[in-house]
Structures are given as C-alpha cells and as structure tokens.
Design a protein around this ligand. Structure first.
Ligand SMILES: Cc1cc2nc3c(=O)[nH]c(=O)nc-3n(C[C@H](O)[C@H](O)[C@H](O)COP(=O)(O)OP(=O)(O)OC[C@H]3O[C@@H](n4cnc5c(N)ncnc54)[C@H](O)[C@@H]3O)c2cc1C
Length: 426
C-alpha cells in the first residue's frame, strides 16, 4: 500500500494523461501517473491538427517539436478515386500564426516527450503499472485505484481524484458500462507503414492526404520523417472483408481502388506488420462521477478522419487540469465540480462530429460545399484546424444541411454521475 495521499492519480501516460499531469504538477499538485506499458511504446494517431499548438505551447513544448525534427505538416488535401486532388487547405493561408505549421509525429517519441515534461514539472510517472479497477468508499465515491506491477504484485493507492486517461481501454467507462457506440460511425481501420513511397514536392511533402475508395471509405497517407509513410484504410467491415480475410490481401486490393494512392506507393516498400482495429466512435454516458474524471479517448473517441484525436486528448487534459485544480482549491472533487468541463468538451466534439458525419454521406463533398458557399471556406477551415471551442459554426452547419442530413446531438457525455460508481451495473 502506497501511503502517500496523492492529489491526483492518473491512469495512462498518453497525451491526455500526461497533459493533465504536467499542468497539475506545475500548479504544485502532487500527481501520480500509472502507465501499464514500458515507454517508449508504439501508438497509432500520428497526424496532428494546428490547434494542438496552443496546448503544446502552454506546456512549453511547441519549440521542442521542431527541435526533435518531426515532419512539418502545412495542409490537408482530398483525393477522389480517379486521382483528382482537391485544392489543399493550407493552414497558413487561413491564419498566419505559428500554429499553422503542425506535425506528423512518431507517437513513441511524442508521448515520451510528454512523459518527460510531466516528470520535469514534478509528477511521478510509474511505468508497467496496470490499474485493475477504481476503489470506492462506502458512499460510492472513488477514492483510489488497485494497481498491479510487472511482477503481478497488487497494491492500493489513494488520492483526492482519479483521472481516467486510459485511452480506448476505457478503464472506468468500460467497467461501468457507460460506453455507447456512435450509431452511424462504425468503421474499421487497417494500416501499415511504407519506406521510400512518393512524396509531393515542397510544402506538400508533409501534407495529410485523405484519398477516397468506393462506398465512402478512405485511405490516410501521412508522410513522416526518415522517408516513412503511415498508410491506412478506414471503411465498413463488410466492404473490406467482402472477399478476403488476410489484412495484406485486403490492403493490396484497395490500393488498386485509388489511382493517387497506387501511384504514390509504387516506389515504396511496405515494412513491418499490418494493424487492424474496430475503430468505431463512442462516448461515455458520463464525463465524471464523485472522485473520478474522464479525459481523452477514455471519455470519447471520434472517427479519426480529421485527425482530431490527439488534439482532443491534449485539450481535454488542459481543461481537466484547470477543473481539478479548482476542485482541489474548493476541497470538493465531487462530480458536480466537473459539469462545465463535460459540457465544453461535448459541445466542441459535436461540432467536429457533424462534419465527420457529413464526410460519410454519399451526397456530400467539400468541393460541393465550397462551390455553393465560397464565403464559408474560412469557417470550414476553422473547424478543420481545431478551432472548435468557439461558437461560430451555425451558418456552416446550415449550409451543410442543404446538402445532407446532420446527426442529432448525443444526449449524454456532458452529464456527471453524482451517485456511486459502485452502484452502477457492472
Ligand atoms: C486507426 C486510428 C487512427 C488514428 N489516427 C489519428 C490521427 O492521425 N491523428 C490524431 O490526432 N488521432 C488519431 N487517432 C486517435 C488517437 O490515437 C487518440 O485519440 C489519442 O491517442 C488519444 O490519446 P489518449 O491519451 O486519450 O489515449 P492513449 O494515447 O491511447 O493513451 C492511453 C494510455 O493509457 C495506458 N493504459 C491503458 N489502460 C491502462 C491501465 N489499465 N492502467 C494503466 N495504463 C493504462 C495505455 O497503455 C496508453 O499509454 C487515431 C486512432 C485510431 C484508432
């Protein structure tokens, strides 16, 4: 048993957990991060959004990104199945600010950088420590965690608040059955890496390309440093598995479905394994309960077509650190302290979710939207760069709904659970 009474115990050292940890520790809070893996470890999710810059800057890491030498990303472009490339959305044309240059990152390096920052700020990060469950008192309030180390030894650790930043493992939402699949966004992803594949010249060398395949599936093409490219397909399971089971076979077949991807991969060599995930989108019923708060993918996951995952992880970590610090000042870490946190994240996420939905509708395309409403191109770009915590998209959504139906907002996620976690069905 660890006898320290931690201010915050954070489950997981991904971007959400380490951002929360670093910012809380900077405020002088006693923070413990428990990570089940030994870092550095592989992780998917390499393409960043411009608005990541703001949280990275707050952490004092914006300059470090270029020092490390991550591939710079200036734009995103869309490619039709016959290889027609859209006019790229260059971020600097929209807003000539340092955030207009973003990055394609090797996540093992990026996440390690964040761990080091959390440690530098005074947080303790323990690796190979798997949190098995949260501990509750007789009233049902979360008061700590049960953790298992690499040798299988278990111990209890107590703190004022537990932050679930366990990513798609969703330690708290999973155990309490709070996780709801998004009704429509139920795709799967298959991905791998190439060396020596073609790069577009100049500024476009680090651009993210979203290339369509039939039935509203798409390839991502993410050029990284050292001549490496991350390439993945996202589509319905039935479409991808229609006549093959082997991931390599499916991948090879789909390369033939997009002329641009085929041409760009011709000079490259596939390296390493093929990965697959049922990457369906989900959101937890609640963002917090008494003594526990959910951040990043442990709270919600949105289809990665616009590279919003790392941004939402960083931003939710930032907002969580502010809300927790305030709650600790009030000596009250009950669920009600986190209502604003949950509302802010859900409102922003709904904005992104609307455009993700539109992307998958047969009748929608960005080209069509911008042709019908050229005056809305800057607002659309605002959304695609991650400026989604500001209320300015009504006109854009009205215009999109002239082309296709938009989803109803999910009625959960922003809520907090005041009753005990232990009282929920397990
Ligand atoms: C196929 C795919 C492609 C994607 N592409 C992109 C992209 O291009 N751009 C983008 O921005 N996002 C992308 N994402 C999303 C992105 O990967 C995530 O949104 C982001 O990693 C979330 O960060 P996080 O800190 O919440 O979780 P994670 O980064 O997953 O970190 C969670 C950490 O918790 C640890 N952990 C889990 N369980 C426990 C436990 N019980 N005890 C202790 N530790 C635990 C894990 O080991 C992990 O280190 C993609 C996702 C998928 C599935």
């Amino acid at each position: 048993m660890d006898s320290t009474n931690w201010d915050a115990i954070i489950i997981g050292a991904g971007p959400a957990g380490t951002t929360t940890a670093a910012l809380l520790a900077e405020k002088g809070r006693k923070v413990l991060v428990l990570e089940k893996e030994k870092f550095p470890r592989y992780h998917v999710g390499e393409s960043m959004m411009p608005f990541c810059w703001y949280t990275l800057n707050k952490l004092g890491l914006a300059g470090k990104m270029d020092e490390i030498g991550f591939q710079q990303k200036h734009s995103v472009q869309f490619v039709t199945t016959d290889g027609h490339v859209s006019r790229p959305f260059y971020f600097f044309q929209h807003d000539d600010h340092p955030s207009a240059v973003t990055w394609q990152v090797e996540r093992q390096v990026f996440d390690q950088m964040l761990v080091e920052k959390a440690r530098e700020n005074g947080a303790e990060v323990r690796e190979q420590q798997k949190v098995l469950e949260t501990l509750t008192d007789e009233s049902g309030r979360v008061v700590g965690v049960l953790v298992e180390d690499a040798s299988g030894e278990r111990s209890e650790i107590h703190g004022e608040i537990v932050v679930d930043a366990s990513g798609r493992d969703c330690v708290v939402a999973g155990k309490n059955r709070w996780r709801n699949r998004d009704p429509e966004l139920n795709k799967i992803a298959i991905w791998t890496y190439y060396e020596g594949a073609m790069r577009d010249p100049g500024l476009d060398a680090g651009s993210t390309t979203v290339a369509y395949i039939p039935e509203k599936g798409w390839f991502w093409y993410i050029p990284m440093k050292d001549n490496r490219v991350s390439v993945g397909i996202v589509a319905d399971r039935d479409y991808l598995y229609r006549d093959a089971r082997e991931l390599s076979e499916i991948f090879a077949r789909e390369i033939g479905e997009n002329a641009w991807i085929k041409k760009h991969l011709e000079t490259g060599e596939q390296v390493g394994e093929f990965w697959v995930t049922g990457e369906y989108s989900y959101r937890s019923n609640y963002c917090a309960a008494d003594g526990v708060l959910l951040v990043g993918d442990a709270f919600a996951f949105l289809d990665p077509v616009f590279s919003s995952g790392v941004f939402l992880a960083l931003k939710s970590g930032e907002l969580a650190a502010e809300a927790i610090d305030k709650a600790l000042q009030n000596c009250d870490t009950s669920a009600s302290q986190f209502e604003d946190y949950g509302r802010d994240i859900c409102v922003a996420m709904e904005r992104m979710r609307k455009v993700v939905y539109a992307f998958y509708q047969e009748e929608f395309s960005f080209g069509k939207l911008v042709k019908m409403h050229p005056e809305l191109r800057p607002t659309l770009t605002d959304l695609l760069i991650g400026d989604i915590f500001v209320d300015k998209f009504d006109e854009l959504f009205e215009a999109i709904s002239e082309i296709c139906e938009l989803p109803v907002e999910l009625p959960y996620g922003h809520r907090v659970k005041e009753a005990a976690v232990a009282e929920l069905p397990s």
